[in-house]
Design a protein around this ligand. Sequence first.
Ligand SMILES: [Zn+2]
Length: 239
Amino acid sequence: MRLPFTCMQCAFGGDANSHPPYPKYVELRDDGRYEFTCENGHTTVTVLQEQKFEVLFDLGAYAILDGYYREAVASFTSSLERFYEFFIKAALFENDISEVTISNTWKQVSSQSERQLGAFIFLYLKCFSEQPSLLGQNQIKFRNEVIHKGKIPSRDEAIKYGQEVLDTIRPILHRVKSAFPQGVDKTVFEHLMNSRKADESQSVGTMSIGTIVSLNNGSGKEPSLEEALSEKRWWRDRW
Ligand SMILES: [Zn+2]
């Protein structure tokens, strides 16, 4: 999965009659920070606004398009885990707990996803007085077979799993956005600050991409995974 970047200096500062610059494709990065230099020597730094859970779900979708179904299952799983982290942070920020306290506490659970899941379940209960709807037992068993036992899933199995992850995230995401509006803003802000902090002196732009699971989805449309895949295939074939 690659992201298209266009040099804004060339696009807006150049000769009005010349052809607008073609986008350059850059590989996805873990830190969400993208630095590139165009052929005219302009350097641009851009940070990607999307949260890890949004990017990882799309990575899973691209893996399906490319025929890597085990990798798709692994990315969908990571997307769900990072979504639980997002929930926890947004809920805590909403209660005015500081970034330092949250990140120091997170270190106690950061390498064990089962601890994170436990934290999510009880924080959800505390916030909404009911237990969260989690991934079904069949899908958990399937995921463990794929990730820990080397099972090679079919395309249909990978899509079914991805769809269940999508159906698990979406209703909770709606709830997070309406229940923790300030917490969500703070989480997004901290994410951007963490991506850019190395270069305070440089001007840094932000970029947003349309993802299947989306914090900023204003359209109200929520396509199924299969529908989202046909749309992504259409775009990919034109790149
Ligand atoms: Zn340029």
